[in-house]
Design a protein around this ligand. Structure first.
Ligand code: SF4
Length: 434
């Protein structure tokens, strides 16, 4: 049995949670259910234990069949060895992609580690791989399917790994919103005298392929947390307003930094007529914000920042732009996961960093940069529920299935959705900062 070599700072969130549950650590976790294998929750409603466990799961969300007992019962070392052996057998036929927020026990097997868009690009860069095993969540696997070759199979190791924020904007609600906006603003495909359309739809990468397809069909565009300002500028050059979904916080934080006043950012709550706004607010709006949020980044607060500053004078506070506006305003910097990673890498002097993003990434950065003190702003160990559902047991299972000549958990986007969704992604790639 191979020995796992652990760095001086253990990046494993699972180890931290197991220690809390065993009483060997004084840290706190948001739920002790996290110590159990995710297969205990696959058939139950909800997103599972962790940051989005309180969110309402979308009707018809994919469910995972039962993981065979041999994977549920295997220990960490055995799974690690089985994953390595299957990997070695498959060779270049498979590429494993790992999102920054994945468990350490999964990420250590990834050929590429990055954010969702970087990983989709990595999938595109390996056309010889027959299978792309995407260790992330459902919308990311869909994006990889959109950008990969037609004969490549994109595999999501656990189908129950959705994203509560992506699920907050479903296609029926968005189509309904579009119809209501047309009632208020007039025909949405007719430009005014200045050549501007009434509204340009902009979706965050963290959305379903169906939403990306909608955006593509209506002259809109996709954005990431790295390029949201460039994309909004692209949209303002083509439309009077933007409908931004699903993450209100990324939309608000980005538009505010670009000088859009808060009173010109009405919110669209899909459960209320006209989204809960007045017709006048919508007409006067510059950015209409969908009522969505990330439950991981919503946990960060101004009080946590104040505490970090009081306890660590000189601390550098960096948060993700999916955090609420007050938190972004109170931080020293805000940026995407890749921005956070690069900011830490670029720091030449030993620095204390307080980071507002998912804890798997924060602990990994702390392990990789022992010259700095790096901690998560939220003291409670509470990973993203759905990212956490990719347990190494599922990774071992899908790889061994591939070795056996079977292709489990393939994620496919239908052609009618894929074509406009790719158009929206290509517009994003072509949009350049001024
Ligand atoms: S961190 Fe937030 S946006 Fe990312 S997968 Fe989890 S719930 Fe979705």
């Amino acid at each position: 049995m191979p020995t796992l070599s652990l760095p001086a700072v253990d990046p494993s969130v699972d180890h931290a949670i197991q220690a809390i549950v065993a009483g060997a650590s004084e840290d706190a976790t948001c739920t002790t259910d996290l110590a159990a294998g995710p297969w205990n929750f696959d058939t139950r409603p909800g997103y599972g234990p962790g940051s989005s466990m309180g969110d309402v799961i979308r009707v018809g969300a994919p469910r995972q069949g039962e993981l065979p007992a041999e994977y549920r019962e295997a220990g960490e070392d055995e799974l690690d060895a089985r994953i390595r052996a299957a990997r070695a057998t498959l060779g270049d036929r498979v590429v494993i992609l790992g999102h920054f927020y994945q468990r350490e026990e999964v990420v250590r097997h990834a050929d590429y580690v990055g954010d969702s868009f970087q990983l989709a690009g990595a999938a595109k860069g390996r056309p010889e791989a027959e299978a792309i095993v995407f260790c992330g969540v459902h919308f990311m696997a869909e994006t990889a399917d959109l950008l990969s070759g037609p004969d490549q199979a994109v595999i999501l190791p656990n189908l129950a790994a959705g994203c509560s924020m992506a699920d907050m904007a479903n296609i029926d609600e968005v189509e309904d919103c579009w119809e209501q906006l047309a009632d208020v603003l007039g025909p949405l495909d007719v430009p005014d005298a200045d050549g501007l359309l009434p509204v340009i739809p902009v979706t965050y990468m963290n959305s379903s392929a169906a939403i990306k397809g909608f955006v593509g069909r209506h002259g809109g565009i996709v954005c990431t947390s790295s390029n949201a300002a460039t994309v909004l500028e692209w949209a303002f050059q083509r439309g009077r307003r933007v409908l931004f979904f699903p993450d209100q916080h990324l939309g608000r934080n980005t538009a505010k930094a670009m000088g859009v006043p808060l009173e010109r950012m009405p919110m669209w709550n899909p459960r209320r007529p006209l989204g809960g706004a007045s017709a006048e607010q919508l007409r006067d709006g510059q950015v209409i914000l969908w009522h969505g949020f990330c439950s991981v980044h919503r946990r960060f607060t101004v009080d946590q920042i104040d505490k970090a500053r009081a306890e660590h004078p000189g601390v550098r506070v960096i948060v993700h732009p999916e955090c609420p506006m007050e938190v972004v305003d109170a931080a020293d910097e805000a940026g995407s996961t890749d921005y956070i990673r690069r900011a830490i890498e670029a720091a030449t002097e030993p620095t204390v960093f307080a980071i507002g993003t998912e804890i798997n990434l924060v602990r990994r950065l702390a392990a990789q940069h022992p010259q700095h003190e790096i901690f998560c702003l939220d003291p409670v160990v509470c990973p993203c529920s759905t990212m956490y559902r990719i347990h190494p047991g599922y990774l071992a299972w899908v790889l061994e299935e591939l070795v056996a000549g079977r292709t489990p958990n393939r994620i496919r986007v239908t052609d009618d959705v894929a074509e406009p969704a790719r158009a929206a992604l290509e517009r994003m790639l072509a949009a350049k900062p001024r």
